[in-house]
Design a protein around this ligand. Structure first.
Ligand SMILES: *Cc1c(COP(=O)(O)O)cnc(C)c1O
Length: 442
């Protein structure tokens, strides 16, 4: 069936096309055991990634002393936000029961966004491969030795390249520069000036494009492929990025225990994550499913102008379709979410796992940003605030009500926990924050 017919026959796609906020419930979600049968990645892969990050911890601590208090593990806090919950229940009549928590990847060390998980992990994995192959390192060594002058001189021969709308470039750029690589970040037109400036201050080469993210990626990949000493971080297809994100899940277990939050059949967990190309929300959700299985319900949130993942998943075309194909611009204020085409593999991995998707208009990103600042005194970048569309809408929309009923959750939502996954913000300069506070869109 061609796309035009699909849109004609699918009211949801029509609404997406006319820039309406939608809620999509994934018809292909199955129970966890069934979903595992056809999985290309497993818990073993996540554990392998976790062990690698542990091996690198002494090195990270050495290069980035701000990670000392966590012994070189890059992890964020999980914060109860009862005042925000009260605010949304009053202001938007959300009727959200249970407990609302904020996962503050916005405040992750080094990169100030969720990209500090996947991006940094991928650079480290590549670094370990190079170092092992060239006899710089054995797996039993203390990886701190990679911070030596000899090691830096070795890595200087190599180049890392990546295409980015901003945050991925920052995580890859800062970490690669710290290791000693030549780094080139190919930035799309929508990338913020302060992100380019910050990267250049770390010695990163920033190439700017007039076009969107896909162009920046395409050109970056081409240039990298032409250089045998260059490695390209492929945000659209990378299993490494995905697994770096997935490690978040196991670390959440202890944090939930500390807050005395139970997660099981009677105490469901709902997670809401802003989605761009899909790697971050996909990886985190995949990890969460491995750990919490049927007790966790994962929702992505995308801007109404760039809902590439929901278009890919709802049509089944995945990366074969772009938001431009259905007449949307792909342009949004949501940094990091301005992606027109989803990852080539996240849609298929998430097909049996994902509960659904919300989309959000740009105007609301700023509203939720001010709401959180007012109620809890926490600043997030506007794109990260997309996460709140979930808690605001869950209890009061027909689609999600039907989902709760179908999954026998209606009676236990009283004891649910909701996690808004805050994906970025701590590096946003003060003057840019002041500007954001004044933005009122329609
Ligand atoms: C990158 C990013 C996301 C989404 O990650 P994807 O892997 O592109 O889906 C969400 N929020 C912020 C702030 C980001 O930078």
């Amino acid at each position: 069936m061609n796309l035009r017919n699909m849109i004609m026959e699918n009211p949801l796609l029509k609404d997406i096309q006319s820039e309406k906020e939608i809620i999509w419930i994934n018809p292909d979600k199955t129970d966890f055991q069934a979903a595992c049968k056809c999985a290309e990645l497993t818990m073993k892969d996540v554990e392998d990634a976790e062990a690698r990050l542990l091996r690198f911890a002494p090195f990270i601590m050495k290069c980035f002393p701000e990670t000392n208090d966590r012994n070189g593990i890059i992890e964020s806090v999980l914060t109860p936000i009862p005042k925000m919950q009260k605010l949304i229940n009053e202001k938007y009549e959300s009727g959200l029961t249970g407990r609302l928590l904020l996962k503050q990847d916005s405040h992750l060390a080094i990169a100030g966004s969720v990209k500090a998980r996947g991006g940094i992990y991928e650079v480290l994995k590549h670094t370990e491969e190079l170092a092992l192959e060239h006899g710089l390192l054995t797996m039993e060594d203390n990886y701190e030795k990679l911070a030596s002058e000899e090691a830096r001189a070795f890595f200087k021969q190599y180049t890392i390249q990546v295409g980015s709308t901003g945050n991925l470039g920052m995580s890859i750029g800062i970490m690669s520069a710290a290791i000693g690589y030549d780094v080139v970040v190919h930035m799309s037109a929508d990338a913020k000036q302060w992100k380019k400036d910050l990267l250049r201050s770390h010695g990163v080469t920033v190439v700017e494009y007039e076009s969107d993210y896909s162009e920046a990626v395409k050109n970056g990949r081409r240039l990298s492929d032409g250089n045998p000493m260059s490695y390209f971080v492929d945000d659209e297809n990378s299993r490494n990025l995905f697994l770096g994100y997935a490690v978040a899940a196991k670390r959440l277990v202890g944090q939930l225990e500390e807050l005395q939050v139970k997660v099981d059949k009677e105490h469901p967990m709902f997670v809401y994550i802003p989605c761009g190309v899909g790697g971050a929300p996909g990886g985190i959700s995949f990890g969460l499913k491995q750990v919490f299985q049927d007790a966790v319900h994962c929702f992505f949130v995308e801007p109404t102008q760039a809902p590439c993942m929901v278009v890919g998943m709802a049509t089944g075309l995945n990366s074969e379709v772009s938001v431009q194909d259905i007449g949307l611009t792909g342009l949004t204020h949501a940094d990091g979410l301005a992606v027109g085409r989803p990852s080539g593999f996240v849609g298929s991995i998430m097909k049996p796992h994902l509960s659904g998707e919300f989309t959000i208009r740009d105007a609301k990103l700023y509203d939720y940003m001010r709401d959180l600042l007012e109620s809890e005194g926490i600043f997030l970048e506007p794109s990260a605030c997309a996460a709140f569309q979930g808690p605001v809408k869950l209890m009061r929309s027909t689609e999600t009500q039907a989902y709760l009923k179908k999954n026998n959750l209606t009676d236990c939502v009283e004891s649910a926990v909701h996690i808004a996954w805050a994906t970025g913000g701590s590096l946003v300069p003060l003057e840019v924050r002041e500007e954001y506070k004044k933005i009122h869109l329609r």
